[in-house]
Design a protein around this ligand. Structure first.
Ligand SMILES: O=c1ccn([C@@H]2O[C@H](COP(=O)(O)O)[C@@H](O)[C@H]2O)c(=O)[nH]1
Length: 224
């Protein structure tokens, strides 16, 4: 396979996203566009990034009733994203309908516990479980619902992989050793994430905010 690194182009500025994408494209496996980019630039913006020739990860983290999520996914069909996210907390019926609505070839993956949350955050929203236990529970539900995989932190990916042999595991919250975690609470180095079984790594600020994004992407790729 190509590089496991997907760069998160987290900016509303199309020109900035295209500039970073153009600089790093030879050292990464794909581009992740999320809400910030999509709200500002829409499907036309996604097409411009896709024109650079790498797979697109459309990280919209859809979370609504089944009919609404399925209809939104149908409306995205002609973008043919390689990966699309929904929230597992939307429940089994929503996940089933999301997968059924997705274009063939698009991996639908469910966000489990955001990497910006820790156990105290879960308790504060009424979830009486450690992140690891909650991820396992939601991973099982995602597998039963027919999703292709999950989004989880590097701390949970080995256990999730052991339970779901052919699952596709997306790991954000990735930081080179000693890197600034920012708002992320469950972080891992790129190498450790791959060793634990990550299928792809989502990396944003360590590359996009670097003085030289190209060199940062190359340095990370060299550790894998
Ligand atoms: O649990 C999750 C799910 C998605 N993300 C997304 O990944 C990137 C991470 O960016 P960094 O700058 O490397 O922290 C970002 O686009 C998030 O929306 C996540 O971080 N955690």
């Amino acid at each position: 396979m190509g590089s496991r690194i997907y760069v998160a182009l987290d900016t509303p500025e199309l020109a900035q996203a295209l500039s970073i994408a153009g600089r790093v494209r030879h050292h990464v496996g794909g581009f992740k566009v999320g809400l910030e980019f999509f709200v500002a630039n829409g499907a036309a913006g996604v097409r411009e990034v896709a024109a650079l020739g790498l797979p697109i990860f459309l990280d919209l983290k859809l979370h609504d009733i089944p009919n609404t999520v399925a209809s939104a996914i149908q409306a995205l069909h002609d973008l043919h994203p390689a990966v699309l996210t929904i929230h597992t907390a939307g429940g089994r019926a929503m996940m089933e309908d999301a997968k059924a609505a997705a274009p063939p070839g698009t991996k639908v993956v469910g966000v489990t516990v955001l990497t910006s949350l820790d156990g105290r955050d879960l308790a504060s929203i009424g979830v009486d479980a450690a992140p690891s236990a909650q991820v396992e529970r939601l991973a099982d539900l995602a597998a039963e619902a027919g999703l292709d995989g999950i989004v989880c932190s590097g701390a949970e990916v080995a256990a999730a992989h052991a339970r779901w042999k052919h699952g596709f595991f997306v790991v954000p919250g990735v930081r080179p050793a000693g890197g600034d975690a920012g708002d992320q609470k469950r972080v891992i180095t790129p190498r450790a994430a791959v060793d634990a079984g990550a299928s792809i790594l989502v990396i944003g600020r360590p590359i996009t905010k670097a003085e030289d994004p190209d060199a940062a992407a190359r340095a990370i790729a060299a550790t894998l």
